[in-house]
Design a protein. Structure first.
Lengths: 469, 201
C-alpha cells in the first residue's frame, strides 16, 4: 500500500466494491449494530418482503429505551418496554444475535461493541446512531446512518457513500492535569464550530492523542459528530493492540498476531495526505464546559459568558442572546457562579470504567449537593466498578447507582429533567430539550460533573481538588 | 420514492441556526409507526406552548404556512441525532424542500432517501431569501433541474450533490439497484472472508 495514504483512505479502498459514475462508492460493511430505533428499518424490510443478507455480521443491542431502574422498585412503562421487546423480536425473526435486556453483556452499543471486541481496527462499522463515530478510536470507520440506510445494510450488507474529505486534527504537546479527552473535544468543537468538520472524516493525531488511553480515545471520537464530521479515527498503535488482546470477539493466537500486523500497517504515516489540517497545543486546553444549546457554545471553566453586544455580526448576536435566554443565564456572568439542580454521569461519551473512576475520585468522602445518578455504560463496566467499590462512593455521596443504558442523554426511557432544571452532564448534546422539554444541559467531563455536584455549582476541578488536600 | 419534479409552493421562513434533529422531532414521539404520520410532531416543542397549544407568533403556525412545501432556514440544519424521523416529520408536515447554508450530513442523506430536497445556498443568499420572505413567507419556485430558486424577480442558485440530484429527479431507491449487484457483492464477501476470516463471527 502507498505510504501517502491516510488510515481513512486505506480502510475506504479496502471496502470499496464499486465506484459509481455519480461519485458514490458501494462499501462493504463488516459490522452492523442495531438498537431499538431500528424498527423503522425492519418495517421497511417487511413491506418489501426482503430478508437480512448477513445476520451473522449484525448485532442487536438494547440501550436507547431500556429502563435504568430494573429492580422492581419502579413500575416499567409498557410502551417503553414494547420498544425494547420489539428489537429482540425483530432480531430473532431474522436470525440476528441480540444482547438483550437480561444479557450479562448488555449496555450502550458504543460501549459494548468495543468491549466485546466486536469492532475491529480497519473495519467499516455502521449503526443507526450518530455516535457510531466512537468506534473510530480503534482505527475503524464508524458511520452513523438513518433508517433507510439501516434497511439497505440489512438487505445488502453494503452502503452507498460519497467519500468524505479528510481532516487532520493534531494535538501537540501534553495535556495539563485535570484536562481530559472530553475537554479536548469541546475545545476543538468550540474553535471550529458545530459544523466545522462537516463533510470530513477526522483523524486525531499528535503526541497528546498518542498518550490517551483507549477509553479516552473512545470519548474523543464519540464527539466527532458534534463538530459535524461523518466519523473520527485514530491510527492503530500499541495502545490499540493491547486494548483488544483477549476480548471475546477478537482473534486469538497466530490470528491475533497476523491481524495486529495488518492493523498497525493501516496507520497514517504522513500529514501531507490530508485535505485539511489544524494544529492545537494540548497545553492550551482547559477544563471546558458548555454554556449554551450547541456543543460549540463551550468555554474554559474560568471564563465569563459572552455578551451579544460583542458578537461579530447580528446573526451571531441573536444566536448568543437566544442561547442565554433558553439557558436562563446573563451576559458576562462567571461560569463558576452557575448553580446546578442535577448531575448525570453516563452515556456513550463518558460511562466507561475510567470515567467512573475519575468521578469517584472527586466524590470520595463527599456529599453531592444535588440529586443525580450514575449509569454505567454496560453491565461489564458496572461489575468492574462494583468490584472496586466505586458504587459505594456514589451511593455515600447521595447519588443513585443505576443500570446501563442511554438514559438521560436522550431520555427515551423516561429518564428526564423537569422544565427549567439545570444539569451538569457527561453526555454529548446540550440541545434545547434534549434531556427533557425546557431542560438546561451543561456538558463536561466526569471529574468536572462530580466536582459540580459537590460544590452545587460549576467549578474548576483543578482548584477544587487542591482545596481538598 | 416519489420523484422530485419542479416545485411551486409556499415557502416558510425559519430564521434560526442549528435546528437539530432533537428539535425537529423530540425523542419521546419516536415510538409510533410511520404509517400513523409524524407531521404533528414537527418542531413540536418550539411551535407549542407547554400546554400543547400552538404559539401564534411562530412562523410555521401562521395560516399561510399551512400549504408550505419549502422551509428556508439558517446554517447547520438537521445536525445531531441520525433519527430519520426528523425527515418523516418534515415530509408528513408537507415539506418537499429545505433551503439552508448547510445541513447535518446524516440528515441530508436521510432527506434524499425520502425525496426531500436539501438545497444548499450561500449564507448571503439565505439571508436574502429570508428577507424577501418576511414574517409570513411567499410563493416560490424550485427547479431541481436548473438548481434555481425563484422568488419574484430574484433567482438564487443552490448546490446539490450530482448523485443526489439524479436520485431525487428519478425517485430512485438504492436497495433495488444494489440488489441487482448481488453477484459482485458475493464475490467481494468471499474474498474478504478468506483474507479477514476473524471478522466473520
Amino acid at each position: 500500500m502507498s505510504a501517502s495514504l491516510s488510515l481513512f483512505d486505506r480502510i475506504w479502498s479496502e471496502h470499496e466494491i464499486r465506484h459509481s459514475e455519480s461519485g458514490e462508492s458501494l462499501l462493504w460493511v463488516d459490522r452492523h449494530y442495531l438498537h431499538e430505533g431500528s424498527f423503522h428499518a425492519f418495517d421497511q424490510l417487511t413491506s418489501r418482503g426482503l430478508s437480512v443478507a448477513e445476520p451473522g455480521l449484525t448485532v442487536g443491542i438494547t440501550d436507547h429505551y431500556v429502563p435504568t431502574v430494573r429492580d422492581g422498585s419502579v413500575a416499567l412503562d409498557p410502551q417503553i418496554m414494547e420498544m425494547v421487546d420489539r428489537l429482540e423480536i425483530n432480531a430473532k425473526r431474522h436470525g440476528i444475535p441480540v444482547i438483550g435486556l437480561t444479557d450479562s453483556r448488555q449496555g450502550i452499543v458504543h460501549v459494548v461493541g468495543p468491549e466485546q471486541g466486536l469492532t475491529h481496527p480497519g473495519s467499516v462499522v455502521v449503526c443507526g446512531d450518530s455516535h457510531t463515530s466512537t468506534h473510530g478510536a480503534l482505527g475503524a470507520i464508524g458511520f452513523g446512518i438513518g433508517a433507510s440506510e439501516v434497511a439497505h445494510v440489512l438487505a445488502t450488507q453494503t452502503i452507498w457513500l460519497a467519500k468524505p474529505r479528510t481532516l487532520l486534527l493534531q494535538f501537540d504537546g501534553r495535556m495539563a492535569s485535570g484536562v481530559t479527552a472530553k475537554d479536548v473535544a469541546l475545545h476543538w468543537i468550540s474553535a471550529l464550530g458545530a459544523d466545522g468538520a462537516r463533510g470530513f472524516a477526522i483523524e486525531y493525531s499528535g503526541s497528546a492523542i498518542r498518550e490517551l488511553s483507549m477509553e479516552a480515545r473512545l470519548t474523543l471520537c464519540n464527539m466527532s459528530i458534534e463538530g459535524g464530521a461523518r466519523c473520527g479515527l485514530i491510527s492503530p498503535d500499541q495502545v490499540t493492540i493491547e486494548s483488544l488482546r483477549g476480548r471475546p470477539s477478537i482473534p486469538k493466537g497466530t490470528d491475533f498476531d497476523r491481524a495486529s500486523r495488518h492493523w498497525l500497517g493501516l496507520a497514517s504515516t504522513e500529514v501531507s495526505c490530508f485535505d485539511q489540517r489544524y494544529v492545537f497545543q494540548a497545553a492550551d486546553i482547559q477544563p471546558t464546559v458548555t454554556w449554551g444549546v450547541s456543543p460549540e457554545e463551550a468555554l474554559p471553566i474560568l471564563a465569563r459568558l459572552p455578551d451579544p453586544i460583542d458578537a461579530e455580526n447580528p446573526g451571531k448576536a441573536s444566536q448568543i442572546a437566544d442561547s442565554l435566554e433558553y439557558m436562563g443565564l446573563t451576559p458576562g456572568q462567571k461560569l463558576t457562579d452557575i448553580a446546578i439542580d442535577k448531575v448525570f454521569i453516563g452515556s456513550c461519551t463518558n460511562s466507561r470504567l475510567s470515567d467512573l473512576r475519575d468521578a469517584a475520585a472527586i466524590l470520595k468522602g463527599q456529599k453531592s449537593k444535588v440529586p443525580g445518578f450514575v449509569s454505567p455504560g454496560s453491565k461489564w463496566v458496572k461489575s468492574a466498578a462494583e468490584a472496586e467499590g466505586l458504587h459505594e462512593i456514589f451511593l455515600s455521596a447521595g447519588l443513585q447507582w443505576r443500570e446501563p443504558g442511554c438514559s438521560m442523554c436522550v431520555g427515551m426511557n423516561g429518564d428526564l429533567l423537569l422544565s427549567g432544571e439545570r444539569c451538569a452532564s457527561t453526555t454529548n448534546r446540550n440541545f434545547k430539550g434534549r434531556q427533557g422539554r425546557g431542560s438546561r444541559t451543561h456538558l463536561m467531563s466526569p471529574a468536572m460533573a462530580a466536582a459540580a455536584a459537590v460544590a452545587g455549582h460549576l467549578v474548576d476541578v483543578r482548584s477544587f481538588s487542591e482545596a481538598r488536600l | 420514492m416519489r420523484p422530485f419534479a419542479h416545485l411551486h409552493s409556499w415557502a416558510c421562513p425559519l430564521p434560526l441556526s442549528n435546528i437539530d434533529t432533537d428539535q425537529l422531532i423530540p425523542a419521546r414521539f419516536m415510538r409510533t409507526s410511520r404509517s400513523q404520520g409524524y407531521g404533528e410532531f414537527l418542531l413540536h416543542d418550539l411551535r407549542r406552548n407547554e400546554d400543547g397549544n400552538l404559539r401564534t407568533d411562530w412562523p410555521l403556525n401562521k395560516p399561510a404556512a399551512i400549504d408550505a412545501g419549502v422551509l428556508v432556514t439558517r446554517k447547520n440544519f438537521g445536525a445531531g441525532s441520525s433519527r430519520e424521523a426528523a425527515v418523516y416529520a418534515l415530509i408528513d408536515g408537507g415539506f418537499r424542500c429545505v433551503v439552508a447554508p448547510s445541513f447535518g450530513d446524516i440528515f441530508a442523506s436521510n432527506a434524499v432517501n425520502n425525496g426531500l430536497l436539501p438545497a444548499v445556498v450561500t449564507e448571503q443568499d439565505a439571508e436574502l431569501l429570508l428577507g424577501a420572505l418576511g414574517n409570513h413567507g411567499s410563493l416560490i419556485d424550485v427547479s431541481l433541474e436548473r438548481q434555481i430558486i425563484s422568488l419574484a424577480s430574484t433567482q438564487i442558485y443552490f448546490e446539490i450533490k450530482p448523485n443526489w440530484k439524479i436520485k431525487l429527479i428519478n425517485g430512485w431507491d438504492d436497495v433495488a439497484l444494489t440488489l441487482s449487484m448481488k453477484g459482485e457483492i458475493q464475490a467481494f464477501r468471499q474474498k474478504r472472508s478468506v483474507n479477514f476470516s476473524w471478522l466473520f463471527l
